[in-house]
Design a binder for this molecule. Structure first.
Ligand code: CP
Ligand code: NVA
Length: 302
């Protein structure tokens, strides 16, 4: 078992599936009102260098439901925000808390933090990855389809942190994935190479129709991620034609499901009509952040 949850590729299929099994158990206990204080007396530090609604609230509520406590730290109010080295912050925080969740820009920064920390570190999103989100996404697919295997998945839009994590997931879990991005906005080349070396079944294309045809799970995300706000206008031009709308859905499996990690820009990357349609499983997906992350927390800190 790994000490940290930084990237899906660091984890074995067996251990990832154990997280799903524990998620089911904890979700049914929570729904039935059965106490599950697996982290009684434990504290999670949560360091945020970027905005968040779901990640912050689901980790904080999740720690409380597990009998523990979560501590919200906005980086601007910490000494790290004034330049204190990561390695000093990491070593000191490990003396106070039992785990740290970090949302920041640099994946390397999170890895350095983990290297110097004696307690588990969880990646709550970097520019490169969003592994907790993709675990919640796959758990939601299992709930709606009974299993994640034997389905065809597509990613439409930006080759961003979510796309990279879906590519890692395709390699780790073995499902078929088609990724459609505009030229110049492809996923990270090293991530793609590593997935290919691991035997992942992934098709890369610039044609959203090719990716969506017959797909059972369609996924997208904003065109400009946090930190790319200045590029919004040029990205809107580059991504026109990459919208998940009813015309694109007509090419997919008639019973397909549509996912979005949120926040969404309605009528940009996805239409209001699709978001409100029977295909969207977006709010179940958001809810499952809570349940999956509780399983990750209990696995690492229990
Ligand atoms: N999907 C997600 O991570 O949402 P927040 O940015 O609100 O945390
Ligand atoms: N790709 C988006 C995901 C937000 C949860 C971003 O990084 O802003």
């Amino acid at each position: 078992m790994n000490k940290d949850f930084l990237c899906l590729s660091d984890w074995s299929l067996e251990d990832l599936e154990k997280i799903f099994a524990l998620t089911s158990d904890l979700k049914s206990k929570q729904k039935a009102g059965i106490q599950h204080h697996l982290l009684a007396g434990k504290t999670l530090g949560m360091l945020f260098e970027k905005s968040s609604t779901r990640t912050r609230v689901s980790f904080e509520a999740g720690m409380f439901q597990l009998g523990g406590h979560a501590l919200f730290l906005a980086s601007g109010n910490t000494q790290m925000g004034r330049g204190e080295p990561i390695k000093d912050t990491a070593r000191c925080m490990a003396r106070y808390v039992d785990g740290v969740m970090i949302r920041t820009y640099s994946q390397q920064g999170v890895e350095e933090f983990a290297q110097y920390s004696s307690v588990p570190i969880i990646n709550g999103l970097t520019d490169l990855y969003h592994p907790c989100q993709v675990m919640a996404d796959l758990f939601t697919v299992i709930e709606h389809r009974g299993d994640y295997r034997e389905l065809s998945y597509c990613w439409i839009g930006d080759g961003n942190n979510m796309a990279n994590s879906w590519i890692n997931a395709a390699a780790a879990f073995g499902f078929e994935l088609r990724v459609a991005t505009p030229a110049g906005y492809e996923p990270d080349a090293e991530v793609c190479q590593r997935a290919a070396d691991a035997g992942a079944r992934i098709l890369y294309t610039n044609d959203p129709s090719e990716a969506a045809r017959g797909a059972q799970v369609l996924n997208t995300d904003v065109w400009a991620s946090m930190g790319q706000e200045d590029e919004q206008q040029e990205r809107e031009k580059a991504f026109s034609g990459y919208q998940i709308n009813m015309d694109l859905l007509a090419l997919a499996d008639p019973d397909c499901v549509v996912m979005h990690c949120l926040p969404a820009h309605r009528d940009e990357e996805i239409t209001e009509e699709v978001m409100e349609s029977r295909h969207a499983i977006i709010y179940d997906e958001a809810e499952n952040r809570l349940h999956v992350q509780k399983a990750i927390l209990a696995t690492l800190m229990g």
